[in-house]
Design a protein around this ligand. Sequence first.
Ligand SMILES: [Zn+2]
Length: 281
Amino acid sequence: MSGPEVVAVVFGTIAFLAIGSFTCVVIDRLPLQLDEENRFGELWDTRPWSEVFGGTSRCSSCGTAVRPWQNIPVISWFALRGRCSSCGAPIPGFHPWVELASPLLFLGAVWAIGLDWALLPVLWLIPVGLAIAVIDLRTLIVPTRIVWPAFFVSVALTVVVAAVEGEWSLLLSALIGLAVLAGPFFVLWFLLPSAMGFGDVRLAVLLGWIVGFYAGTDLFAAVILALICMTAAALLGLVIGVGAMGLRGRKAKVPFGPALVISAYGCVVLAAQILEPFGVY
Ligand SMILES: [Zn+2]
């Protein structure tokens, strides 16, 4: 790597530590725990964006403002031993993990794709995927308020990359990825609405577009990568499901979002390794 590239990677890593910290704020604030079920029978609701983004960071129990030294990614959570320094209320344990995962996922993407315009969609996927996965784990809701806007931003970013590279067929690959990944989920939701929420269908639309895009210009590669993404998500979902039943009892509802997000990110960064044996990368 050249000097400027090293500077870009260091700067990017620091930026993604900060982005991870910000992602935690969204995870903390976006779904609001309700006292009574809302009209969808859910105990979680989403706040207006102005409330999610507005104001300084505060303890969600006592409202004390978080001081700057208590806001250092990863380190502060351990320094505070996972508790508010004023009232002792626990700070959710996902904080240090999300803050650590964010820069690591950035480095993984740079390793796979290099410092290139083509990084844009996967860099966007990192905070979006982390927020969706952790919110789904905590609340069993895949937040529509994140998924649809994230999808349209992803489409815009992939259009930018396709234009810069002069490879418009990448967008066709993205569309095929979307159809192959989201199609079966849609059918499953249509036939067995109790088995799968529509949130997972929406999420598959977003992730399918991105996975298909990173399969490259070969349309057959997009089909293969999306199918492998689905298979890996199903296996991972099974593991997470068994874990969830162990923790929450056998009748526990199982979140599928985290498995889909992990599988999609894995397929993006390992696209070359996955597709090479098929001779299509
Ligand atoms: Zn507090």
